[in-house]
Design a protein around this ligand. Structure first.
Ligand code: BGC
Length: 250
């Protein structure tokens, strides 16, 4: 087995004070991420991948039903006065615009036609929806850490948060909905042993948690022989502390 390199997700940070125009133009897009704890939206410069102004976040309503979350999405879109198309990311498998799984969000999302629901809620405008980690993988390769790296071959991006999200890219092409966080590693789903939430819940040190991550990465290496892992999620900001402690990677 060849050890894969591990790096962290580059951030597309907000640029306070930047042009906060809300009128859609060809180089601006609008993205909303629906997560278990927060719904976040921002205008994005599609040429650079950077936020235009601040992002806006509201707590995910509980219970996080599609109906309740749609209201949060409308609030965010209206906050920016955005009238153009909207891209949304969700924590689950999305095929043909329909959400097929709901591991870390209300079970009622499963089977929901996201494209038609959000389009209707947002006045009939064009919407596109994809898995959150897949979106991170595509963005990362285009604008983030991956843009400066040799990303030929097999790249696996993992997001460590409430769950573990995954994006599999081969020579820059995404294989969507891989859901590696649900692969069983040693008899237990990967995200139930190495997500950032598990670390918080158990009060583990970074050293202890990184040993769990190493076990998971070694399993992924054994199956996919990736050339590069990219780590994302809030905990990637501490990557300089925990990546050197990984035992599977060079
Ligand atoms: C979901 C994935 C998602 C990941 C991160 C997992 O529990 O199944 O679809 O990408 O969490 O949000």
């Amino acid at each position: 087995m060849t050890d894969a390199e591990v790096t962290v997700l580059g951030s597309t940070n907000a640029r306070p004070g930047a042009d906060n125009s809300t009128s859609p133009s060809s180089h601006l897009g609008f993205g909303i991420d629906i997560g278990g704890s927060g719904v976040k939206g921002a205008i994005v410069d599609l040429r650079t991948g950077e936020f235009v102004g601040e992002r806006h976040r509201i707590d995910t309503p509980q219970p996080a039903t599609p109906e309740a979350v749609s209201e949060a999405v409308i609030t965010i879109v209206e906050h920016f006065g955005w009238t153009g198309p909207v891209g949304l990311t969700v924590p689950g498998v999305v095929r043909d615009g329909i959400m097929r799984t709901a591991a870390n969000i209300d079970a009622s999302w499963k089977g929901t036609d996201l494209v038609s629901m959000f389009s209707t809620k947002l006045g009939g405008r064009r919407v596109s929806v994809l898995n959150d980690a897949d979106a991170a993988g595509l963005a990362e390769l285009r604008f983030g850490g991956g843009a400066d790296l040799d990303t030929d071959g097999t790249v696996i991006l993992l997001t460590f948060g409430t769950g573990i999200g995954s994006a599999l890219l081969y020579n820059g092409t995404l294989v969507p909905n891989t859901e590696f966080g649900h692969l069983e590693v040693g008899g237990k789903e990967a995200e139930h042993q190495a997500s950032a939430k598990v670390r918080d819940d158990k009060g583990w040190s970074l050293k202890k948690w990184s040993s769990k991550v190493s076990t998971v990465l070694a399993h992924y290496e054994a199956i996919f022989s990736p050339d590069l892992f990219i780590a994302g999620g809030g905990i990637s900001s501490k990557g300089d502390q925990w990546i050197p402690m990984l035992t599977n990677a060079t």
